[in-house]
Write a protein that binds this ligand. Sequence first.
Ligand SMILES: Cc1cc2nc3c(=O)[nH]c(=O)nc-3n(C[C@H](O)[C@H](O)[C@H](O)COP(=O)(O)OP(=O)(O)OC[C@H]3O[C@@H](n4cnc5c(N)ncnc54)[C@H](O)[C@@H]3O)c2cc1C
Length: 411
Amino acid sequence: MIRTAIVIGSGITGVASAEWLRREGVSVTLIDRVAPGAPEQTSYGNAGLLARVAVVPLSEPGMFLKAPLMILDPDSPLFLKWHYLPRLIPWLVPFLRNARRDILESTVQALLALTDDSVDQHLALARGTRAADYIRKGDYFYYYRNRKAYAKDAYASGLRRQAGFVPNEHDRAELLQHDPNVSARYQFATSYADHGWLTSPGRYVAALAEHFQVNGGVFRLAEVAAIGDGEVTLSGGEVLTADRIILCAGAWSGGLSRPLGQKSRLETERGYHLFLNNTSFAPVCPFMVADAKFVVTPMLGGLRCAGIVEFGGLNAAASKAPLDLLRKRIRQVYPSLTWESEETWMGHRPSMPDSLPHLGPLIHAPRVICAYGGQHVGLTIGPRLGRMARDIALGRNINIDIKAYDPNRFS
Ligand SMILES: Cc1cc2nc3c(=O)[nH]c(=O)nc-3n(C[C@H](O)[C@H](O)[C@H](O)COP(=O)(O)OP(=O)(O)OC[C@H]3O[C@@H](n4cnc5c(N)ncnc54)[C@H](O)[C@@H]3O)c2cc1C
C-alpha cells in the first residue's frame, strides 16, 4: 500500500487522479504552475463535451492525400505553421501510417474503453462537490449540409455504429423543431443520446480542486523542473519525494518524461475557441458542425465555438486566422445571432500519433505513472484516466486491457 503521491498538473486528468487517490486515504500533493481551472490549461478552454461517441481518430484512411489540400485551403480547420514542419515529422509520419482500417478499428476499441462510461465517471467524480452543478446530460448533435454529406461521412459513422453508437436521424423539419435558428445551409442532422457537457470546464476543474483541498489534499503552486523515480524537483531547487509520482502535465509532459528515457511522441494539436457572451439565443444541446468541424456548446454566459487543429508547437503565439474562421463559420450556422462581446482562447491538446494516451509506469522509473495524451477527448476521459492511474498506483487490477496505452510503446 502506498501512503503518499505527488500529482503533476491540475487539469482534468490531474485533479481527477489526485481526488481519486485522496478518497483512498493517500496523502496527495497536487502541483501546478497555474491555478486549477486557469485559462492556461487545455482543460479550461475546450468545447466541454463529454463525448462518449468520439472514438474515431483523425487519422482516417485517405488522410495522407487530404491533409495537404486542407492545409492549403484557408477555409479548412487544419492549420500549420510551416517553420514547425521539420519538428512535426516524428509525429506526423506515424500518424499518417496509422490511417489504416485494421489499425483504426483497434484504436476505436481502445478509445471506447475510455469514453464509454465517461458521463458516469464525471458524475461519480463530481458527486458531493460543487463541480456537479456544471454537468449537463443530453443529446449530442451533428449538423450536416444534407443527407448526401452525411452519407460521405459513412466511414466514421460506420465505425461509431460498430462501437454501439446508433444515431437518430433528423430531416430539416425535425432539425428546425430542435433548433429553430439554424440556417438553411444545414438540412440534416444526427443525434446521439446519453451524452453530456460542462457549462464551464474551467470552473468545473476549479471546483474539483477546491473539494480536494477542503478534504485534506494539498495544492502547491509551483513549476516542476524535473522528475525522478519517486521524486520531483521544483524550479527553485526544492526536492519533494513520494511513493508514486503521477505525471498529468498534458501537452507539456514529454519535457518531464523524456529525461527518464521515455521516447515520447507527444505533440500539441493546438485548438481555439471563440466565446460569444450573452448571445441572443442558444441551442439546447451542443452540436458538431460537420462540414466545418467545430463544436458549438451552450455554456454559462454564452456560446462557445471550439475546434481547429493547428500544428505549431507549444511556444508560438496564437494565430488570428483560426479565430476569423470560427467567426465566419458560426455566422453560417446562425446568421441572425447577436452577442455582446467575445473572448478568444488557444490551447494544447496532448496528442500521440496513434490517438491513444499514455497510461502506466515508466520502464526506467517505475514509480512514475504517466496519465496524459487525451488528445481530442481528454476532458471526456479525464476522470477515467485518473481512476486508472490511481488503480495502477495502488497496485490494483484494472478490468480492461491497458497494453494499448503503454507509455513505453514508442521506445
Ligand atoms: C479547442 C479544443 C476543444 C476541445 N474540446 C474537447 C471536448 O469537447 N471534449 C473533450 O473531451 N476534450 C476536448 N478537448 C481536449 C481536452 O481539452 C484535453 O485533452 C484535456 O483538457 C487535457 O487535459 P490534461 O489534464 O491532460 O491537460 P491540461 O488541462 O493542459 O493540464 C495540464 C497541466 O499541467 C501543468 N503543467 C505542465 N507542465 C508543468 C510543470 N513543469 N510544472 C507544473 N505544472 C505543469 C499545466 O500548467 C496544466 O495546468 C479540446 C481541446 C481543445 C484545444
